[in-house]
Design a protein around this ligand. Structure first.
Ligand code: 5AD
Ligand code: SF4
Length: 441
């Protein structure tokens, strides 16, 4: 690589989960602090960061094709950094195969991006997939720009080792960020205009720390302290593991008004045999017990989950158990995926991988059941008046979009502004959104 001039503009493209969105924002802030500015819409950027996801499908192929598309008509390319979980898992291979990439940086090392950028400008390529003990959070610049609804990573990594999942390998083992740092970051987010904070973690409900008085607290303790921030209106958290769900966290849903009535609790399958093969360490019955307790404590709580169809060896009868679970629970909204073998995970080499056509067909049936469930849930909201946090302009003139406490998308007409919490009567329900009438601003 020949030396290049320092980049003046950048673009960060994030794929995958909400934590990648958060990391992407932090990388952007890091570049802002270097005096590099975001490229205007439609303009070429001098530096492109591809913040990749490795959880499913042909993640690596996609990165290669995205890099290919960055080549300009005159044959030149911007400076390219590959970040995120594909960088962590396949960084060396990417460097070997694609000379146009000058930086590969893993999810725990991206605070070192400015130094890598200096190297790249001097014509040297670098890979940093370390998981250093001193975390990136200690050295990242302060938060400045935020949306009405902001993310805050409180916990990272996973020690659960579900047999299909790459996260323990790409994000490392579970760490909780310190309580005081999180309160400070949340205060800055709210000071910069956030009305809602979603606490993020691969196992967010495994978060532990020590509060201001030195007492050991769990996620519920953190939430109770965050609720003291006056201008913060709403708190959410995702993603939780069924085994880390505590009574204290469930009770917080009844006692902390700012904690929204929504629980995302992935189950993956409705079959105990499949759950065991997945190394999920919970059963269908223990999962249902947690949901039952959540509903007893907070009867209107909206339930959500993740599902995988076509895990190796999944029989038709076992898949039918998943459908039966969906019908029994009455989920508000869910994510569902075809099983995707991830290199290096135990399930990738298990016997009896399921044919793609079978997975396609099962996914369709599951999604039909989930749509039916979401529609039924949304229909029970019709007639209710609730608070909606306005987060976007709608497509039609005078239309606004926002979220109900149950994380439903709501659209309505009238006078409002992004960041408002308005009172809306819910009038009509579809499987993915509701129409409402503005009652008061
Ligand atoms: N194949 C399909 N889906 C997966 N998930 C994680 N790993 C895989 C995989 N190998 C899904 C799980 C998880 C969500 C974030 O992604 O449902 O909860
Ligand atoms: Fe992956 Fe399982 Fe950890 Fe979730 S709990 S991140 S699915 S290993």
């Amino acid at each position: 690589m020949r030396p290049t001039s320092p980049p003046k503009t950048y673009r960060v493209k994030s794929f995958g989960c909400q934590m990648n969105v958060y990391d992407g924002e932090r990388m952007a802030e890091l570049l802002d602090a270097q005096g590099i500015v975001p490229a205007a819409d439609g303009d070429d950027a001098d530096l492109v960061v591809l913040n990749t996801c490795h959880i499913r499908e042909k993640a690596v192929d996609r990165v290669y094709s995205d890099i290919g598309r960055l080549r300009r008509d005159d044959g030149s390319s911007p400076l390219i950094a590959v970040a995120g979980c594909v960088a962590q898992a396949e960084g060396d291979e990417i460097m070997r195969r694609v000379p146009a990439v000058s930086m590969v940086v893993g999810p725990q090392a991206y605070h070192r991006l400015p130094g890598m950028l200096d190297e790249a400008v001097a014509g040297r390529r670098s890979v940093d997939t370390d998981m250093p003990a001193a975390t990136k959070f200690d050295v990242l610049p302060a938060r400045r720009k935020v949306a009405a609804s902001a993310f805050l990573t409180v916990q990272e990594g996973c020690d659960k080792f579900c047999t299909y999942c790459v996260v323990p390998y790409t994000r490392g083992s579970e760490i909780s960020r310190p309580f005081a740092d999180l309160i400070a970051e949340a205060e800055r987010l709210v000071g910069a205009g956030a009305k809602e904070i979603t606490l993020l973690g691969q196992n967010v409900n495994a978060w532990t720390g020590e509060d201001a008085k030195g007492r050991g607290v769990g996620l519920d303790g953190l939430i109770r302290s965050l609720a003291q921030i006056a201008d913060l209106r709403r708190i959410r958290y995702t993603t939780s593991h069924p085994n880390d769900m505590t009574e204290g966290l469930l009770i917080a849903h009844a006692e902390v008004e700012k904690l929204m009535p929504f629980l995302h609790l992935p189950v993956q399958s409705g079959s105990d045999r499949v759950l065991k093969a997945m190394n999920r360490s919970h059963s269908v019955a223990s999962y249902l017990k947690v949901l039952g307790r959540a509903r007893a404590i907070r009867p209107d709580i909206a339930l959500s989950g993740d599902f995988i169809v076509g895990f190796p060896g999944e029989t038709e009868a076992e898949f039918a158990e998943t459908i039966a679970l969906v019908e029994q629970v009455g989920y508000a909204q869910c994510f569902s995926f075809k099983y995707s073998p991830r290199p290096g995970t135990p399930a990738a080499t298990m016997d009896s991988q399921i044919a793609l056509e079978v997975m396609d067909e099962r996914l369709q049936r599951l999604q039909a059941a989930l749509q039916k469930s979401s529609l039924a849930f949304n229909q029970t909201s019709v007639g209710r008046t609730c608070e909606v946090l306005v987060d976007r302009l709608g497509r039609r003139e005078g239309q606004w979009l926002g979220k109900s406490p149950w994380l439903q998308s709501v659209h309505f007409m009238g006078e409002a502004a992004i960041g408002d919490v308005v009172s809306v009567e819910l009038t009509e329900a579809g499987p993915n959104s509701l129409a409402g009438r503005l009652i008061a601003r």
